[in-house]
Design a protein around this ligand. Sequence first.
Ligand code: HQG
Length: 194
Amino acid sequence: MEQSRSDIELGRFLSLVLRHKPEAAGISLDANGWADVERLLEGVRCTGRRIDLETLERIVRENNKNRYSFDETHQKIRANQGHSIAVDLGLQPVPPPPILYHGTARRFVESIREKGVTRQSRQYVHLSADVETALQVGRRHGLPAALPIDAAAMARDGCRFYRAQNGVWLTEEVPWRYVMADGIVYGTGGDTKV
Ligand code: HQG
């Protein structure tokens, strides 16, 4: 279902609060990334935004990337992935599919060739199970490229992979030698940055 503009704006603000900057709503997260739902609602209202439990539940349910989860009691909420602050999501390493894709902008590929895919501000490098999803992630930064990653070789060499609750694959970093350079897919769209 199409989300309303105000739900989209609230969702963006929730991403900021639950992944990067809880103090923007005057709250803190526990070690596992959970926020208290009542405090979160109060904190978000204190910023001048209108939100109640029903709205929050709708945003969680309708979010296009399934970004947030409640605990069983619905007293706590957290982001499923994408954090820049240190939280322990309690994810267990799982064997990856043989090939995963990292979506990026074309203009970052040279630097990735030198330094590998690194976490930047986030806790993990994010990988997708299919090319199209990776191209969409890449489009957020400009003209996209999808880098096929030899996840089987990485796993064999002892790298750990995790799968977030919403299906995004996570790993610490991807050295360039695991990028299957012959298979890079250069997509179109995104903004005009090259
Ligand atoms: C790039 C979205 C130069 C990296 C998505 C990426 C994802 C390098 C950018 C999630 C580099 C970081 C994460 C290097 C990495 N030199 N650039 N050595 N290594 N980069 O936003 O993966 O909508 O932190 O390729 O769907 O784009 O927020 O990471 O382009 O799952 O829920 O540095 O965010 O989910 O950008 O996106 P980001 P990302 P949400």
